[in-house]
Design a protein around this ligand. Structure first.
Ligand SMILES: CSC[C@@H](O)[C@@H](O)C(=O)COP(=O)(O)O
Ligand SMILES: [Zn+2]
Length: 225
């Protein structure tokens, strides 16, 4: 399969999905300071060759312009003539597609994902158990426990990308970068969005739970319950 073999309709559909999801995430303030990047694969997955549309680097992702996305190949190289630069973190998208065969990869920086990645960073993973939203990862057992990997945040992106394979958990479609943000993925844009929203719910839950547990004895001791 070459890029030219993929139908224009299919390519347009990927761009429409990315545009819509970008607007929805921007409304949640999930792209502060131009952070974050999104991609959706086009055409069949073949580990030897695949293509995806990705956000251009450094753009204000809260606005919509005709120059927000470009198509790249499995190595992250633009496949059409363009002045746009793919996301600085394209290599991480490439490796997640290559290793999982997924259909969409979304990356956002939020205060909750940053704080939780830092809190559990030394452990190398965030433990979560018994939270209903774990079912969004297609894990249905009662009181299920999951472990969300945390990678160190190197300035050199290839150093992050090369570690993805080591920490990838086949049951958990996400990886945190410490004090940076999260990568979440799914079979398609709908599923990647569902997974990302579930991760963010879990991070906020854990953050508030840690605060609650740490403040409760003090409140009780003060007799102000
Ligand atoms: C401006 S802070 C965020 C960036 O350093 C980076 O982490 C990020 O998520 C966005 O980079 P981009 O190249 O626009 O895709
Ligand atoms: Zn980032």
């Amino acid at each position: 399969m070459t890029f030219a073999n993929i139908s224009l309709e299919h390519k347009q559909q990927a761009l429409d999905e990315l545009r819509q999801i970008k607007q929805q995430f921007a409304a949640k303030n999930w792209f502060p300071g131009t952070s974050g990047n999104l991609s959706v694969r086009v055409g069949e997955f073949d580990p030897e060759q695949f293509y995806f549309a990705i956000t251009a680097s450094g753009k204000d992702k809260s606005v919509s312009t005709p120059e927000d996305f470009l198509f790249v190949d499995k190595s992250g190289r633009a496949v059409e003539t363009t002045s746009l630069k793919p996301s600085a973190e394209t290599q991480i998208h490439c490796d997640i597609y290559r290793l999982t065969g997924c259909g969409a990869v979304f990356h956002v920086h939020t205060v909750f994902n940053n704080l939780i990645s830092e809190w559990f960073g030394d452990q190398g993973a965030v433990p979560a158990q018994g939270i209903e939203l774990i079912k969004a990862f297609n894990i249905w057992e009662e009181n299920a426990a999951i472990s969300i990997p945390v990678l160190p945040n190197f300035a050199h992106i290839p150093s992050i990308a090369e570690r993805v394979e080591d920490v990838l958990n086949p049951n958990v479609p996400g990886i945190l970068l410490r004090n940076h943000g999260i990568y979440a993925w799914g079979q398609n844009a709908f599923e990647a969005k569902k997974h990302l929203e579930a991760f963010e719910f879990i991070f906020e839950y854990l953050y508030r739970n840690i605060l609650l547990k740490n403040s409760a004895p003090q409140v009780i001791a003060d007799g102000r319950r």
